[in-house]
Design a protein around this ligand. Structure first.
Ligand SMILES: [Fe+2]
Ligand SMILES: [Fe+2]
Length: 304
């Protein structure tokens, strides 16, 4: 099936809600062919596949679901929203990330820089004119610097994994849903109804998401006044929100702009997920191109 979608406006003011139609429509299927198995020979995101990583991933979600409560997220947002820890360029943060492997991911055990460049390069191949989307691919996971001592050295459960709203009932489509029973919000009548503290169509921007690299990088990009379009910020904040973009859960919290941006997230997700492989990218060869994009969309050093 082919779905067309509007090209987002570059440099759009985030406060501006207008979506201006553009005659230049894009084709959703950019020609990327989806591989059948991950680097371990299993289907992607198979949380039941027997592998050395299965136990690590399961233990990860047990801890994640136990601790990600409304109060916890509020506290983390306030703390990290100050952006008073480090001043660092985008490329410096990429190099910092290179030391880590993501425990929550059943499909990848390569250093992060490989994943960032594989994602960005796969998008670039299929969407050569959407440079904002190439850069989004490169930076979407940079919030994982939270694992580093200079950023508070947060445990993996507070940095990676699928994300979900807090402040309303945990949808059953969340991976390892059973582990939410240990979460204090699960038993709190203020938070355990369909809408909880939210209302229909309130807009995802007004919804607290479980804390991790997605929301952190969103805050960093937004507060540093990037000129990336709102679709890029949407992708960054919700790229791990699988209950929404895979299963359509929580869609009643979306407003019209969210619905538009979700189309781009669907495009992006295919590359985020399926470009993970053992094929190495020549970093030095592609670096100048990405430095030029960083210069364009993040002209100054970033506050983190
Ligand atoms: Fe991610
Ligand atoms: Fe990713």
């Amino acid at each position: 099936m082919t779905i067309t979608l509007e090209r987002p406006r570059i440099g759009v003011d985030l406060g501006e809600k207008k979506i201006i139609p553009d005659a230049n429509e894009l084709v959703l299927d950019g020609g990327f062919s989806v591989p059948e198995t991950n680097a371990f020979g299993q289907t992607f995101r198979d949380y039941n596949a027997e592998s050395d990583r299965k136990k690590t991933v399961e233990e990860f979600y047990r801890t994640n679901h136990l601790h990600q409560s409304y109060a916890f997220v509020k506290r983390m947002r306030e703390e990290y929203g100050k952006l008073n820890r480090v001043e660092m360029s985008i490329w410096e943060s990429i190099e910092l990330l290179n030391e880590f492997v993501d425990d929550s991911d059943p499909d990848l055990d390569e250093p992060q820089i490989e994943h960032l460049l594989q994602t960005a390069e796969a998008i670039r191949k299929d969407y050569p004119n959407e440079d904002w989307l190439h850069l989004t691919g490169l930076i979407h996971d940079l919030g994982k610097v939270l694992l580093h001592p200079s950023f508070g050295e947060l445990p993996q459960w507070a940095v990676v994994g699928d994300t979900f709203p807090v402040g309303c009932a945990f949808d059953e489509s969340n991976v390892h849903h059973k582990f939410f029973e240990g979460n204090s919000d699960y038993h709190n009548p203020k938070f355990n109804t369909k809408y909880g503290v939210y209302s229909e169509g309130c807009g995802l921007e007004n919804v607290l998401m479980s804390w991790g690299h997605d929301d952190y990088m969103y805050l960093v990009a937004k507060e540093n006044k990037t000129t990336l379009p709102s679709a890029a910020l949407f992708i960054i904040r919700y790229h791990s929100f699988y209950p929404l973009h895979r299963f359509g859960a929580y869609s009643y919290l979306m407003n019209e702009e969210d619905k538009e941006n979700l189309k781009w997230l669907h495009v992006f997700n295919k590359y985020d997920l399926y470009s993970k492989s053992k094929v190495r990218i020549d970093v030095e060869k592609v670096k100048p191109y990405y430095l030029s994009l960083i210069e364009k969309y993040f002209p100054a050093k970033l506050k983190w």
